[in-house]
Design a binder for this molecule. Structure first.
Ligand SMILES: NC(=O)c1ccc[n+]([C@@H]2O[C@H](COP(=O)([O-])OP(=O)(O)OC[C@H]3O[C@@H](n4cnc5c(N)ncnc54)[C@H](OP(=O)(O)O)[C@@H]3O)[C@@H](O)[C@H]2O)c1
Length: 253
């Protein structure tokens, strides 16, 4: 259960104690520039994105509070099929209070939900589809198996975006074209790796958990090396109960 009283303090750009939701929402407001691709991840102190296969054990109350506030602000949650298979994503992705806030602030009650999958190994009868308050959309490629695509078309909008694999820029442009330019990508590592390689990351919100995970957990990005190192600039840094929450943005944005 989320403790709404969890104190989140600001270290940068200037120190501030016990930030209110309104202050946090202002800090994390999307810039005017559209489309804007924000990634949100958590990592353990020793660099793991998961503990026993999921990310939740790494988070603390401050992280959960911030995670929900970050979701409030977006037009669409974009997520890879691997994360959906590992973490669920069934049911509303924002609380009813957050929905009311969204409507009062000119957003849809629920953010759109967009999945990325090549193999379309998703169960059309799962709660991911039956309990979603919005009809999900699935970005896939022309190489997707037509039978699977047909099955899923009953419960989701299928968007072909790319020949052999899903084209990261194509997804962003497609979403932007439908007024969904404030994009929140919740991973996972394969999707993030691909966006890094394609220079498609405008912002990274990264929670650094004070926990050591040990073992062989994967890092927050995976895939082949990107053609060059990508630099982001620190926009803000918060702390709560020994966790750090940083926000890095594309230089000059
Ligand atoms: N620490 C964190 O903040 C965090 C955040 C998210 C996830 N995670 C963890 O990360 C793990 C999952 O890792 P992952 O790399 O498998 O997650 P992922 O990036 O969400 O999913 C990978 C899958 O997405 C699809 N995909 C990604 N890019 C594609 C492309 N360009 N074209 C076609 N399909 C594409 C493929 O789906 P198909 O196989 O269906 O083709 C691929 O297998 C889980 O353990 C999860 O808990 C951690």
């Amino acid at each position: 259960m989320l403790n709404q009283q969890t104190r989140i303090n600001q270290l940068l750009p200037q120190p501030g104690a016990d930030l209110s939701d309104e202050e946090l929402l202002n800090l994390y407001a999307y810039p005017e520039r559209r489309p804007w691709v924000r990634f949100n991840f958590i990592a353990s102190l020793d660099g793991s994105a998961t503990h026993h296969g999921v990310s939740a054990p790494l988070g603390n109350d401050g992280d959960r509070r911030l995670f929900a506030l970050i979701r409030r602000l977006c037009d669409v949650i974009l997520v890879g099929a691997g994360t959906v298979r590992a973490e669920g994503y069934a049911g509303p992705l924002v609380s009813s209070a957050d929905s009311r806030w969204r409507e009062a602030n000119g957003l849809s009650a629920h953010p759109a939900l967009a999945l990325i999958s090549g193999r379309l190994d998703l169960d059309p009868h799962s709660e991911l589809f039956s309990r979603s308050p919005v009809r999900p959309l699935i970005f896939t490629s022309a190489a997707a198996e037509p039978g699977r695509s047909q099955e899923l078309a009953g419960v989701a909008d299928i968007v072909i975006c790319g020949e052999d694999s899903v084209d990261s820029r194509g997804c962003v442009q497609w979403l932007h074209g439908r007024g969904l330019g404030r994009i929140l990508c919740e991973g996972g590592p394969s999707v993030f790796g691909r966006y890094i390689a394609d220079d498609g990351v405008d912002e990274l919100c990264l929670s650094l958990s004070p926990l050591l995970s040990g073992g062989a957990g994967q890092q927050i990005s995976s895939g082949s090396d990107s053609p060059g190192l990508r630099r982001l600039e620190l926009a803000s840094l918060l702390e709560s109960d020994s966790a750090l929450y940083g926000r890095w943005v594309r230089p000059g944005a």
